[in-house]
Design a binder for this molecule. Sequence first.
Ligand code: SAH
Length: 398
Amino acid sequence: MTKEVRIKIKSKFVSKYRNGFPLILQDAIINQKDLKDEGTIVSLTDEKNSFIAKGYYGRQNKGYGWVLSKNEHEKFDKGFFKNRLLTAINRREPFFADKETTAFRIFNGEGDGIGGITIDYFDGFYLINWYSKGIYHFKQPIIEALQESVDFKGIYQKKRFDVKGQYVEDDDFVMGERGEFPIIVKENGVNFAVYLNEGAMVGVFLDQREVRKTIRDKYASGKNMLNTFSYTGAFSVFAALGGATRTTSVDLANRSKPKTIEQFSLNGIDYEAQDIIVEDVFQYFKYAGRKNLKFDLVVLDPPSFARSKKLVFSAEKDYTKLLKETIAITEDQGVIVASTNSSAFGMGKFKGFIKKAFEETNTQYKILEEFSLPEDFRTIREYKEGNYLKVVFVKKLG
Ligand code: SAH
């Protein structure tokens, strides 16, 4: 039996929740001690005990759970979850119909009405990410609801229960047929190898789809491109297909080299004509500086936090420095694609980092275009923080 608890909300937070804010913040709760087991159903009330909204208790780095309904009598059963899933799936109809793109998100947490869970589609396979033990408590009704809502080859899952969103080692297979990995998915006609059984990252970050397409279609032709924090080289593949004269991919992880070779090869690109370098990006900047290397197009897509042997990188603290080093190795009239997925700051502050970096290097610049999350990564007005992706195309004027 799922337990139910009433939690009292501090008066200064009440209007926020009445207006549809979905995240249950630790700070907003008066009687925290009553929350014991994740997965407990919670009714939020004001200090006079009048009902505000209903959700579940689940610990994530962001908060203590999510509001799921404003109906006091709502039951969080298979029918409830199926309803939310079908609404989300209907919204993705154009994605399912597009033969050129076979990997996209079908359910984006609170943006689709259930915080703490995302579901991605990879050519017939579905991948569920559970972001807390609390939401995982509802695994059975949610998986049954998914099973009844889609035709699938197989269902996989990732448990990211740790408060930092870290991955829990486990067998990720749930049901259906086991995939023969890699499975090959398409994105705007480009092939990607995807592994649903190799830890937290599957080979491609779907939220950058439009940025990759834009690079291929508008910015790559005839350019010498540098891709930093390149992972499997997805940006490099799109740049090469868009006519870049050469791409250089730099990532610290040893696995990045064979994975990048694999992605190039799947798209008929001769990887030997590209540079794939396993190195700390900050070391590479020093090397490029010494050799006087310059690039026409540079992609900067660091993780929000990273720890290497030599240093700790935090996007919030270090993005300006990263940009300054990038500006030094970018040709005049070259383009820097500055990207961050940090939810610690918004677009305004990110543009502040860009401004500061150019000012401190006495360089003029022009913002050419901006991106946030694509449509399948649905977000809601009541929770703007959910739109974590910020990508700015900046031209270095010299
Ligand atoms: N831009 C990639 C995703 C980046 S994921 C894409 O679009 O697919 C973050 C990557 O940064 C990881 O592959 C990690 O190995 C790498 N990384 C973290 N710290 C690094 C550092 N100091 N130098 C180089 N790579 C680093």
